[in-house]
Write a protein that binds this ligand. Sequence first.
Ligand SMILES: [Zn+2]
Ligand SMILES: [Zn+2]
Length: 436
Amino acid sequence: MSSTNYKPEDSIRVNYPEAVQWRRALHKCPQPSWLEFFATAFVAEKLAGWGYDVKQGRDVIAQDKLLLLPDPVTLQAEYARALKAGASEKFLAPARGGFTGVIAVLKGDLPGPTMGFRFDIDSNEVTEAADKNHLPAREGFISQNPGYAHMCGHDIHTATGLLLARYFADNRKTLKGTVKFLFQPNEENLSGAAGMIEKGALDDLDYLAGGHIGLATKETGQICFNIHSFMALSRFEVTFTGRPTHAAVSPEQGKNAMLGACNAVTNLYAIARHSKGATRINVGILQAGSTWNVIAEKAYFRMETRGVTNELNDYMVEKAREVIEGAAKMYGLSVEMKPAAEAVVAENSPELIAVAERVAKKLPSVKQVVPSAAFNASEDVTLMLERVHQRGGKALFALFGTPTHGGHHNSTFDADETVIRNAAEFYVALQKELAG
Ligand SMILES: [Zn+2]
Ligand SMILES: [Zn+2]
């Protein structure tokens, strides 16, 4: 790819068929949050081979942000699975223990800005449809890992990132500025972005771009930059601890953690709604007690709040804390609220939206720039957008059009693979425009 009469714009088209194979290899070995060992090694090995300065492990993810880390047995089993699937041990080893994800930097030969590109790499905890109407089953690249599957398109995102990274490596001589790739683990449980932010990964960026396939752009050739209605989110693990006693002999001496938790849960749903906008609250898991005749010593639940603004979510968290601490006091319990995930409401930079729309309209693959779209969910890329804006940079999250065959997180989810090429071409055009 480095011959002198090589046309730079050809890199994406030439390498696209290989990018489809990368996508399919990733699709076959899906692993969820903090377990993305195969994808991590796959990406790191390629980027290192293309001349990128590659960082991994504790250099890319802060240890105190490994929230809801799977147990050591699962971590080891998934590590072994990645190795068995053919991952390079050299690039696997730094990720041991859940430190998945890759950051890779390439400096162009010409001066210019530093631009980051963020791609998420984790799978869902879903079993993939095996019927022949589903392309991965028909074409032989269905998930080999029972219970796990790429049903949100992060395999496509990862392949897009690699195709883009390959482009810049092939065109280093004409690259203005520096490109920095953030292959982020754990988007689905909304913790990976925070881990990279804490490591300072966003702090040298003039620009950041990222995106998602599908969502409000369900046709190939659509693209959207004016995205609104992200929801701020906070998740907590809540543990009440009381005192166990015999339920018949001495119930009065017990401190019942289950009662505290039940009381908290019903009252969490009774938090007064805010007049300034929509909020959400949910308790998705509740576990308590040990057996028939013992006053429950422990009760545990997982809860989340959301709000259409950061202030509204903060309000829900504050009220939830009052309810939980109040319930603990009522029953003489201790309680811990441990943060488990976080996302904020962040906006795309208006300047970047304008540049992106201008750039997109010139691309043959773009059939329609969708004027605006509601996200209506949470994404931890918002923490990255916020961080870049706070540091004086500009950030953009885009939606790339593709049919999704049953929708995100559904067992039949699939995409039109040409979105890999379309998205990579857009990112190249955007970088060129911004670098001048
Ligand atoms: Zn998802
Ligand atoms: Zn997703």
